[in-house]
Design a protein around this ligand. Structure first.
Ligand code: NAD
Length: 407
């Protein structure tokens, strides 16, 4: 299943190179140049050619984007809309993505080297699907009524956490963007997105569609730029309430340090991994090997920074040994098990410390299935209803059941 030269050529026949319409920053509903006027090149990784020059945001631009997002959060309609109104706009946003699927898939192909056919058939439609999934949850966000131990009662409100910074890696410029944008929108947050500097194009296209769908100005801002400047300005900002980061463990640590040294913003980290596939001797070895190869071929996030079809094969004798060796890593992103035995599958899936376990399959994701790491693969979950909680905060409201002596 490697992407041989012939296959790549065949693929590319279907790609209509899109006109690059958006290269500026997107702040408060407008496309604007960076304050410094600086730009950087985005490169087509297939050819090494320059696709476009992009506005390069840094701290000053992040400040402007945060100001817009704060204003939209504190005084704008988005957090104050009913959940169903937010959902209506999110569904319109999803419809516009469906209408522009070819152009979006082509942008990720030229900018990130993604397969166009896969982008068109799976990646971009699943982004629209994520918006619809969380739109379905937007009007079902509610707290609890609590009976307290004394003569008080309480209820909880689940409120949007505020202004959020979303820092995205280059390997899934659309998918990972919407793992964060879709629940954040549903929760009623406002946001600053920092795409990877290698893949700045599609986020701007999505921002324009969000505006056309009716997402109010200031809710979704995009600041392209480099990690140590624009990214660091987000993680150390005093007026951002939460950062959701996907990328390397090394940079994740910096994001957490910056939060600790600034305003203790809430941080969630989706980091690197080193994910084992354990093939037991009751498996059809040819099939299993095919499965394992399939997995590593395009499963770059699971191979600990070895961004290519590389895997090491090791033999084991007992289940206990397999478990021990699978856990013998500082990462815990994912693991695979191939066996016909339900017993082995149950034992091993419960014993491996990783965020997702695939039994007799590999690299299967769904918007309904939470995804994230154990150990140094990070914390916090993207996808599923659990991801919505990352963008919400719980407030308790307490009142006497009977008369208050104070009145
Ligand atoms: P990266 O960590 O180099 O960069 C990720 C993002 O962080 C980019 O937008 C970058 O500009 C930004 N950044 C860099 N320095 C920063 C700083 N000091 N402060 C704030 N932001 C900064 O990762 P990458 O090379 O873009 O992506 C590949 C990495 O992402 C791999 O390590 C891979 O394992 C990981 N990844 C993990 C998952 C997951 O779900 N756990 C998914 C995809 C990728």
């Amino acid at each position: 299943m490697g992407l041989g030269g012939g296959m790549l050529e065949k693929e590319m026949k279907h790609v209509k190179i899109p006109e690059i319409r958006f290269t500026k920053l997107f702040i408060n509903g407008e496309f604007v140049d960076s304050v410094s006027g600086k730009t950087f090149e985005t490169i087509d990784p297939r050819t090494g050619e320059v696709i476009a020059r992009m506005a390069e945001g840094d701290k000053v631009d992040v400040d402007l984007a945060v100001k817009a997002a704060r204003e939209a959060f504190d005084h704008g309609p988005w957090p104050r809309f009913s959940g169903s109104e937010r959902a209506r706009i999110m569904r319109k946003f999803a419809d516009l993505i469906d209408d522009n699927v070819e152009e979006l898939a082509a942008l990720d192909t030229i900018d990130a080297g993604k397969l166009f056919s896969r982008g068109k058939a799976i990646d971009i439609p699943s982004v629209a699907g994520q918006l619809r999934y969380y739109a379905g949850a937007a009007d079902k966000i509610h707290g609890e009524t609590l009976k307290m131990s004394r003569e008080f009662q309480a209820y909880t409100l689940r409120e949007p956490i505020g202004v959020v910074g979303l820092i995205i890696p280059w390997n899934f410029p659309s998918g990972i963007l919407f793992m964060k944008v879709a629940p954040a929108l549903a929760a009623g947050c406002t946001m600053i997105v920092k795409p990877a500097e290698q893949t700045p194009l599609s986020a701007l296209y999505y921002a324009n569609l969000a505006k056309l769908a009716g997402v109010p100005d200031g809710v979704l801002n995009v600041v392209n730029g480099y990690g140590p400047t624009a990214g660091a300005a987000i993680s150390s900002h005093m007026d951002i309430d939460k950062v959701s980061f996907t990328g390397s463990t090394e940079v994740g640590r910096k994001v957490m340090e910056a939060s600790a040294k600034s305003n203790l913003k809430v941080v969630s980290l989706e980091l690197g991994g080193k994910s084992p596939v354990i093939i037991f001797d009751d498996a059809d070895v040819d099939e299993a090997a095919h499965l394992a190869f399939l997995g590593t071929d395009d499963m770059r996030i699971a191979t600990d920074e070895i961004f290519g079809p590389v895997m090491s094969l090791m033999k084991f004798k007992t289940i206990e040994e397999a478990i021990q060796r699978a856990n013998n890593t500082r990462y815990g992103l994912a693991a695979g098990i191939v066996t016909k035995s339900l017993n082995i599958a149950n034992t091993v899936s419960r014993s491996i410390r990783a965020g997702i376990i695939w039994i007799n399959c590999y690299f299967v994701f769904d918007r309904d299935c939470p995804y994230g790491g154990y150990k140094m693969s990070g914390f916090g979950r993207d996808l599923g209803l659990e991801a919505l909680s990352k963008y919400l905060v719980t407030k308790s409201v307490v009142t006497p059941i009977y008369d208050s002596p104070w009145l």
